[in-house]
Design a protein around this ligand. Structure first.
Ligand code: ZN
Length: 564
């Protein structure tokens, strides 16, 4: 009974979402330039699905951003990384709209935020205004577009979330983009899914040969297979007016005319977004930077995006039977690309079994794993891996190889180092680093407890102890010590750190805190004189910058401003 009921509820909610219930005419384009996207909803990104639309802002910052619908500002979050400056509007119909990577807020909201940043003496801040504090009308100016936080160029990141803060595809709400181009197929792949399965005389994943037909569809060369197999597709979509390769909207597959998988990008939860690493062939991505979406659903994959899955999307191919498998990829405008794959069931008896690389370290999904040697230890909690895996682990002097980056991790693992051989002074400067490209040190948050340092990480790879003895650098960018700068609207200072990275900074003028915005992408701290906290003629500037192991540097300078 319970099963029947949940299946019924599942179908019911899927239908509701599709047909709507979703208001079609409520949310408007938050920019007054035509909608051109550099990112679509559900697009495959690093460790997550893209949760909104990335709207292009004509390579500029400072475009007016208006409220997509009426409501009130319910959250303001300012971070150096991530969303940068972000604003959230709660709407009376229960949805929330989100605007991120902003340059600045509208004057009223900017004043509200600055007051609280000065009170907290911090650029980074998170605020939850009450319903009556900052009401907004539809189309009212709320901010100016920018490039703050983890943004690779000026654009507006725009989201619509449901009452449970789950991001939904804004296009479901009638926000539409001109798109006359069908999705692009980069490749189709077939995977043997169990030990007995084989495809074209191989037990390895096979790239399928495709021939384009006049009507825009593709036909694959017939494949010989036997056993449980599944497919994967690498695909992107392009819309009118931009060369950007964005995400597609929907993938459906059929076996002999019956749908066996339907994956539309309508809605997901942030708590499941990292499972993207299970939707894609992660090893292939890690080696080639190309993402193949698997069209079969492994038992460990809990993604709620699927609206129909039959037999896990897998094909059970039997000897001497024929099958027709179809992949249909669609964009939101309904442009489709169809791939037909004829399959001949053909059992091969003399194929050697697939060789599995075995090591001394076997980690299981449902068991914690730990090992140690040479004063170093590794702990992998249960649920960190997606499949049981033989790990490649090597302990060297002060360095440990913890498997390789081609295997995804869902949860943090811990890596510990015994540091009892170091003096107290040495220990102060030590940190745990992940060895990156060309053995570059990447700081990994290091917890120091007496003689044991630990780090928590979701990236397999080589880890080592490293030492940072150089304090951060600080230099003036738009003034010189002793200069009159009455005409400057801002004060800009460069900061950088060579090894462990910048942890914090603090700036004062004549002993009084001044707000400085940190833009890590160009190593710049900026104070805006319109804050009106620099009021004297002669000003003593003092900036202290500290790195992640506690080395700090102080910069002092004098500047003069005429005050009218
Ligand atoms: Zn975005």
């Amino acid at each position: 009974m319970k099963v029947v009921l949940s299946v019924f509820l599942f179908c019911f909610s899927a239908v509701l979402l599709a047909q709507s219930n979703v208001p079609k005419d409520y949310f408007k384009n938050p920019l007054d330039v035509p909608l051109v996207l550099s990112g679509t909803f559900g697009e495959l990104r690093s460790n997550h699905f893209h949760s909104g639309l990335d709207i292009k802002t004509q390579q500029r910052q400072g475009l007016k951003v208006v409220a997509s619908a009426k409501g009130y500002v319910s959250r303001i979050n300012i971070q150096h990384y991530g969303y940068g400056k972000a604003l959230y509007i709660q709407h009376p119909n229960g949805y929330t709209s989100v605007y991120a990577h902003l340059k600045e807020f509208s004057p009223e909201i900017e004043a509200y935020v600055k007051k609280r940043q000065y009170a907290k003496e911090s650029y980074e801040i998170e605020l939850f205004p009450e319903a009556g504090e900052l009401p907004v009308a539809a189309d009212e100016l709320i901010a100016y577009s920018g490039n703050t936080g983890g943004s690779g160029g000026p654009h507006l990141h725009f989201e619509i979330r449901d009452g449970n803060q789950r991001p939904m595809n804004p296009k479901l709400f009638g926000i539409s983009v001109s798109d006359g181009r069908a999705p692009i197929i980069d490749g189709v792949y077939a995977y043997p899914l169990d030990a007995d399965a084989h495809i074209n005389n191989s037990r390895e994943m096979q790239k399928i040969n495709l021939t384009p037909l006049k009507d825009g569809s593709y036909i694959a060369s017939e494949i010989d297979a036997c056993g449980n197999i599944g497919f994967g597709v690498s695909t992107v979509d392009q819309q009118d007016g931009a060369p950007n390769k964005n995400g597609i909207y929907q993938i459906e597959t059929e076996l002999n005319g019956d749908q066996i998988l339907n994956l539309p990008f309508n809605r997901f939860s942030f708590s499941e977004t990292r499972h993207l690493n299970q939707l894609i062939d992660y090893g292939h991505y890690s080696k080639t930077k190309k993402r193949i979406q698997k069209l079969f659903v492994e038992d460990s994959n809990p993604l709620s995006l699927y609206s129909n899955v039959v037999n896990k999307g897998e094909l059970h191919i039997q000897d001497s039977l024929n099958y027709n498998y179809t992949i249909k990829v669609s964009d939101f405008a309904g442009n489709k690309r169809i791939i037909r794959i004829p399959i001949q069931g053909a059992h091969v008896t003399d194929l050697p079994p697939k060789e599995e690389e075995k090591t001394d370290y076997f980690a299981q999904v449902n068991q914690p794993f730990s090992t140690e040697a040479n004063g170093m230890d590794i702990y992998i909690p249960k649920g960190s891996l997606y499949t049981d895996t033989f790990l490649d682990i090597e302990f060297k002097d002060d360095k440990v190889k913890v498997h390789n980056e081609h295997t995804p991790l869902h949860k943090n693992i811990s890596i510990g180092f015994d540091v009892s051989n170091y003096s107290a002074e040495e220990k102060e400067k030590l940190f745990i680093a992940r060895l990156g490209y060309r053995d570059r040190f990447n700081y990994s948050s290091t917890y120091k407890k007496a003689n044991r340092f630990t780090t928590r990480t979701r990236t397999f790879g080589e880890y080592t102890l490293a030492s940072d003895v150089t304090p951060p650098k600080i230099w003036p960018k738009n003034f010189n010590d002793g200069q009159w700068i009455s005409n400057n609207s801002t004060l800009q200072v460069g900061i950088s750190d060579d090894l462990s990275g910048i942890k914090s900074y603090r700036a004062t003028v004549n002993g009084k805190f001044i707000l400085m915005e940190y833009e890590y992408k160009n190593n710049t701290l900026t104070h805006d004189f319109s804050d009106d906290v620099v009021t004297e003629t002669e000003n003593q500037l003092k900036i202290i910058v500290t790195d992640n192991v506690g080395n700090s540097n102080t910069y002092e300078a004098t500047f003069f401003r005429k005050n009218s």
